[in-house]
Design a protein around this ligand. Structure first.
Ligand code: NDP
Ligand code: MG
Length: 393
């Protein structure tokens, strides 16, 4: 039986990894749908190659143009447009597996739709889970959906947890590894002057620009600790982040008996992608074999929250119960966009997030409306803060 895939965010970096693995296994996977935001030409090329039933875009003008091009090329692909169309497609019964690879809060509603509809969800879009935490996991449980993490650390933990054969009391703690990003060894003073291109030049992984900046600020690791908390149902104190510059150990699980299970491999997203697509089977991924004899060494150190305050802010939000997670995420999205647009400095990102968290009014409940309201309020506060920082820069 072919597994029918709806790949949301197919034009991104994770989308590339997904389609690369899918193309290696035409006997297993069928691309039902693809989606893009700005890179519509790339979506057109993907449609020519994978001939999906549907293609989704966000702008009506893009939809008209893409539909015309596809018709001219003799394809029957139907082009759909807008957030409602994304949600409807995610809830529909004509596919099996949702790949949630849209970046940021824009991925939340379609991913929740797939959870309600009981789909298998391959989750890359960590922002969606960070924003909605308990609601997301409850929706997954109620909809009888399955989540398999694509984020390499969480995918590694998912794999290592098989080592306790369902005895979750046997798990003592999780260790999430982080490369430390391109500024791991830089002084705090020198960070004020770094450029977006420097921040996006990740030493080990090739990724979209937003997550690359998150890796440089270590906000990514903060979001990932929150992600791990929800995915694996463990309290913050039992989730540790360690800097591991080689990015070979993708994460670890420490068992009660002090056995430490780790998952290793070259840093290439096609590995977690192949695992998640084929789970519980194993398929060829295209990833270079790991040559252990060529590794100079594997090192681990504690992260420095003085130089990388975003990690501390995320950990604080989780320690306080996680209610402010949607605000943390929204403020970070606004700040990263402003940094990428050269409107604020790199070191302002943490300031924008911190000031937003200080000013936000937390709602008394955690339903979807409250989460979306928090997201909205935090974006407004963060934009004000961006203007303040921008005026100082
Ligand atoms: P990219 O920026 O490369 O791709 C993002 C995708 O989302 C693109 O297809 C983009 O469309 C689409 N998109 C952006 N904004 C919107 C919107 N408003 N509405 C609909 N679609 C939108 O990001 P990545 O692939 O790097 O990351 C995707 C997600 O996966 C993120 O949540 C990230 O944190 C997570 N992740 C990524 C990893 C990686 O290795 N890249 C590793 C682990 C997790 P378009 O390109 O057409 O504009
Ligand atoms: Mg990761």
């Amino acid at each position: 039986m072919l597994q029918r895939l709806l790949v949301l965010g197919s034009t991104g970096s994770v989308g590339d990894s997904i389609l690369d693995v899918v193309a290696r296994h035409p006997d297993r996977f069928l691309v039902h749908g693809l989606s893009a935001h700005r890179r519509v030409d790339k979506l057109y090329q993907q449609c020519l190659r994978f001939r999906p039933a549907i293609a989704l875009v966000t702008e009506p003008q893009h939809a008209i143009e893409l539909q015309a091009h596809l018709l001219a090329a003799g394809l029957a692909t139907e082009v759909l447009c807008g957030e409602d169309a994304l949600c409807e497609a995610a809830r529909a019964c004509d596919y099996d597996t949702l790949v949630a690879a849209i970046v940021g809060a824009a991925g939340l509603l379609p991913t929740l739709g797939a959870a309600q509809a009981g789909k298998k969800i391959l989750l890359a879009n960590k922002e969606a889970l960070v924003m909605s935490g308990a609601l997301f996991m409850d929706t997954v449980a109620q909809g009888n959906a399955t989540v398999i993490p694509l984020d390499s650390e969480h995918n590694a933990i998912f794999q290592c947890l098989q080592g306790c054969a369902g005895d979750r009391d046997g798990v003592e703690r999780l260790i999430l590894t982080a490369s430390g990003g391109p500024f791991r060894t830089r002084s705090l003073e020198s960070l004020a002057g770094v450029t977006p291109d420097q921040a996006c030049a990740h030493p080990n992984w090739s990724m979209g620009r937003k997550i690359s900046v998150d890796c440089a600020t270590l906000m990514n690791k903060g979001l990932e600790v929150i992600e791990a908390h929800w995915l694996f149902n463990l309290p913050a104190q039992r989730i540790q982040a360690l800097i591991h510059p080689q990015s070979v150990v993708h994460s670890m699980v420490v068992m009660r008996d002090q056995s430490v299970l780790a998952q290793l491999g070259n840093p290439d997203m096609r590995m977690p992608v192949a695992h998640a697509l084929a789970y519980p089977q194993r398929i060829e991924s295209g990833v270079e074999p790991l040559d252990l004899t060529r590794l100079a060494g594997l090192t681990f150190e504690h992260p420095d929250v003085q130089r990388f305050p975003c990690l501390g802010l995320a950990l604080q939000v989780l320690a306080e119960g996680g209610q402010a997670s949607a605000a943390l995420n929204a403020a970070n999205e606004v700040a990263v966009e402003a940094f990428l647009g050269r409107r604020i400095r790199f070191t302002h990102i943490a300031q924008v997030v911190e000031q937003t968290l200080q000013r936000i009014d937390l709602p008394g409940h955690a339903g979807l409306e409250a989460i979306l309201g928090l997201d909205h309020q935090a974006r407004q506060l963060a934009r004000e803060q961006v203007r303040v920082c921008g005026a100082q820069a």
